[in-house]
Design a protein around this ligand. Structure first.
Ligand code: SIN
Ligand code: CO
Length: 373
């Protein structure tokens, strides 16, 4: 996982205390001698695929242009000032996945994805701010970053991307391969390619409360339990038959106010919600290609690894995997906690697994959620 130079010699605790959400940090040679694990051609091939989210941004004399992928064809390499952004590269490439996981000193519940941008000379996405923290790792060539703590975050109108109307850079750095810039949310920045370059963005997930609230109420629908039915033994005659009776409103308010959200409700909701694969994520189900006995034999010999697309979380006795939740006993919990944290189980590590757990593991293998190591 994380090496000491990744945060410029800071421990994760120091970094989180002094920089996270607070101020930018430039780390020279965060990954010494870094070489981009994906050559541009591999990135271009990802951008051809339907299930990969990509955008192409071009600067023209009249302004900015943005198109969404997939892209069968990209502008010529000798054309200046275009940028290809490919989201979620970690889902498709083992080296990109390994790189993202160097940032697991931050919970998987917060870590989002690795985006890769490729730009020709002069390319960039313009001065803007993001709503999330980001680590910008220079992967190939050079990029000049200009950044600003400005409060004025007014955006240009009528442009297809977020462009600050009044960007006033305060600091400027040229990043070389292996250099990394951390920016807190809402920090104004503008990166321009000096010659051809590639930048990797480690992105975080910070769901909007509104989104969570809507999803939570949806989730609670299945679990609220309000016995009884409205009754009014004290009913009085009315002269305004169309008026909603005040006593009825009050009585029903009291009943509905009995709905309580416990820590368990929130935990199960969050675990399912945050481990739910993104809409573009599909697993390749294996079907029953290995019988239970053969699977178990293989796992005991080789161990198991989670597929890089699998999101696994846990809290207390609850375990979540790809949007599903389970409640488990103590012995199984110890095993699943290991699987979730290490993303693998060594061969001796599931000796004490219950029959139920082994069946679940077999099922997850069939669904393509995990693999024999
Ligand atoms: C880029 O890599 O070109 C843009 C990343 C960003 O500014 O957030
Ligand atoms: Co940005």
């Amino acid at each position: 996982m994380k090496k000491p130079e990744l945060l410029g010699g800071l421990t994760p605790a120091q970094f989180l205390r002094d920089y996270w959400h607070k101020k930018p940090l430039l780390i020279r040679q965060a990954i010494p001698g870094f070489q981009a694990p994906l050559p541009r051609q591999e990135l271009f091939e990802l951008a051809r695929r339907d299930e990969v989210e990509s955008r192409l941004i071009t600067q023209r004399d009249q302004g900015w242009d943005m198109q969404h992928g997939p892209f069968a064809k990209l502008p010529a390499l000798k054309q200046k000032a275009w940028t290809l952004l490919v989201q979620g590269v970690n889902l498709h490439h083992p080296a990109a996945d390994a790189l993202l996981r160097q940032f697991r000193f931050i919970s998987d519940a917060r870590l989002d994805d690795l985006m890769i941008s490729y730009a020709t000379d002069g390319g960039g996405v313009g001065p803007h701010f993001d709503s999330y923290d980001v680590f910008l790792l220079q992967a190939h060539g050079q990029r000049r970053w200009r950044i600003s703590a400005q409060d004025d975050l007014t955006l240009e109108e009528g442009v297809p991307l977020k462009i600050l109307s009044n960007f006033q850079p305060e600091q400027e750095f040229v990043l070389e391969p292996g250099d990394m810039l951390y920016l807190p949310p809402h920090y104004a920045h503008d990166g321009v390619a000096l010659g051809e370059c590639m930048t990797y963005s480690v992105g975080f997930r910070a769901p909007a409360y509104q989104e969570l609230g809507e999803a939570f109420l949806d989730f609670m629908m299945d679990s609220i339990d309000l016995p009884g039915r409205y009754a009014d033994p004290e009913l009085k005659p009315t002269e305004k038959p169309a008026e909603l009776p005040a006593a009825m409103v009050a009585r029903i308010r009291d009943e509905l106010n009995k709905i309580r959200f416990t820590d368990d409700d929130i935990t199960i909701f969050l675990g399912e919600h945050l481990s739910e694969p993104k809409p573009s994520v599909f697993f390749e189900a294996r079907g029953e290609d290995l019988s239970f006995a053969r699977f178990f034999q293989g796992a005991k010999k080789r161990g198991l690894v989670l597929h890089r697309k699998t999101q696994m979380l846990y809290r207390g006795t609850h375990v979540f995997i790809n949007g599903e939740s389970f409640q488990v006993g103590r012995a199984d919990k110890a095993i699943l906690t290991k699987l979730a944290d290490q993303r693998r189980l060594e061969k001796q590590e599931f000796d004490s697994a219950s029959e139920d757990l082994l069946e679940a593991l077999h099922q997850w293998h069939e669904s393509g959620w995990l693999e024999l190591a």
